[in-house]
Design a protein around this ligand. Structure first.
Ligand code: S3P
Length: 433
């Protein structure tokens, strides 16, 4: 049967072996693109994310007056607008990227002009009320259709706000901080769960001052940003696919170099250890306030145990939950996931798609409104996987397919390029067959 260009056939593997260096972290690349495009001066970035999502952020910043000069496949120079964007002639296309739409809204709400943000079908279904509320509390004028994009901002001066985020979201926190950066007075965001803090670290690297308490972060505006040179750490959420693949085979040994290990992201390593992997972190260093290191992983001879992921863990692991659920049948005790309702409003309904695709591979799964129970000790067989056009679903089931009996066809495999265009090539590089 011929394989279409948007499909991939995954054959089982014997082993995962080798060493990898991964493209730049998506979350950090978004922030560097936004802040570099907004700062004064020329910023230079290397190991910038090669994913389509970060290209959407760069294109938006370019449409707003920044100059982007690609100096290599993963390096670029960006000349910022020194704090004042120009009103674009066209709508700003955020593509598939929720991070782009939500964070850029905070950057634009205090600016002069009208900005219309659009996205693809998936992004146009995702909730945007969560940014309209805090921005309106700051006095912004934002129009949505039924809570969704297109999102129209009539920009102008705002007032500082003290805001508690109702759902843990780094995107919403970042949106408010970017508006606060440009607003007279002190803007404070309180969050019940500490979400990824790349915006705080990047803002500091670009010269801003922020203050933090255990449950909040504040920024006193207005402040100016200055260009930086930075190398983006490897993406831990992309590494998750390889780390999870490695622990499926007793003889695996994998090293990942220059990996971003920000503590608000590195919960995955704890969960893999709890499951029974041997994880070592070497050569830890700090670059532009972000931790970077080498991660070595190998399974333990006893095999994989079980884990329950709930509460704050679910929020901190939100992007890694699909791949963890996809490998759960190969554990002995299974994986239980709760308090992860946010998975339903990601690029797809990830709870529904994980359940459907695991069942297609022969597993038993119980679906909950806010999670899944995937029992262990279940062999999987090859199947046709519907990725729903969601990059993390396509990659998660490519990993499960490595230990399935027979071949697996991943439909919509091209979606991997949203965050990780190199995924299938690197998988072929380390999967021994
Ligand atoms: C991101 C935050 C998370 C995550 C997304 C990237 C970020 O979303 O799922 O892939 O870069 O801030 P939420 O903040 O909406 O949970």
């Amino acid at each position: 049967m011929p394989i279409a260009t948007h499909e991939r056939l995954i054959r089982p593997a014997r082993n995962i072996y080798g060493s990898l260096r991964l493209p730049g972290d998506k979350s950090i690349s978004h922030r560097y693109a936004l802040l570099g495009g907004f700062a004064e001066g020329v910023s230079r970035f290397t190991n910038f994310s090669t994913g389509a999502d970060c290209a959407s952020t760069l294109a938006c910043m370019q449409a707003l007056g920044a100059t982007v000069n690609r100096t290599g496949p993963d390096s670029l120079e960006i000349t910022g607008v020194a704090g004042r964007v120009t009103q674009p002639a066209q709508q700003l296309d955020c593509g598939n990227s929720g991070s782009t739409m939500r964070m850029i809204s905070g950057l634009l709400a205090p600016q002069t002009g009208r900005f219309t943000l659009i996205g693809d079908d998936s992004l146009s279904r995702r909730p945007m009320e969560r940014i309209r509320q805090p921005l309106e509390a700051m006095g912004a004028r934002i129009a949505l259709t039924d809570g969704h994009a297109p999102l129209v901002i009539d920009g102008g001066p705002l007032r500082a706000v003290d805001y508690t985020t109702p759902v843990p979201s780094a995107q919403v926190k970042s949106c408010i901080l970017l508006a606060g950066l440009q607003t007279e007075g002190t803007t404070t965001v309180h969050e019940a769960v500490r979400t990824r803090d790349h915006s705080e670290l990047a803002l500091r690297a670009f010269g801003a001052t922020l203050t933090r308490t255990a449950g909040s972060v504040s920024i006193a505006g207005p402040q100016a940003l200055h260009a930086i040179d930075a190398s983006v750490p490897g993406d831990l959420s992309s590494a998750a696919f390889f780390l999870c693949a490695a622990i499926l085979f007793p003889e695996s040994s994998l090293v990942i170099d220059s990996l971003g290990l920000n503590p608000t992201r590195a919960t995955l390593l704890d969960v893999l250890t709890m499951l029974g992997a041997r994880v070592s972190v070497l050569n830890l260093e700090e670059k532009n306030s972000e931790l970077v290191g080498v991660v070595q992983i190998a399974p333990r001879p006893e095999g994989l145990g079980s884990v329950e992921i709930s509460g704050a863990l679910s929020a901190q692991l939100i992007d890694e939950l699909p791949v963890l659920a996809a490998i759960a049948p190969f554990t002995s005790g299974g994986i239980r996931i709760r308090n992860a309702k946010e998975l339903r409003v990601k690029e797809s309904d990830r709870i529904a798609l994980v359940a459907r695709n695991l069942r297609a591979m022969g597993a038993e799964v119980t679906e909950f409104d806010d999670g899944l129970d995937v029992p262990g000790n279940q062999p999987l067989h090859g199947a046709t996987i519907d990725s729903g056009g969601d990059h993390r679903i396509a990659m998660a089931f490519s990993v499960a397919a490595l230990r399935a009996e027979g071949e697996t066809l991943i439909q919509g495999a091209d979606s991997a390029a949203i965050s990780f265009p190199e995924f299938f090539d690197l998988l072929d590089q380390v999967a021994e067959r």
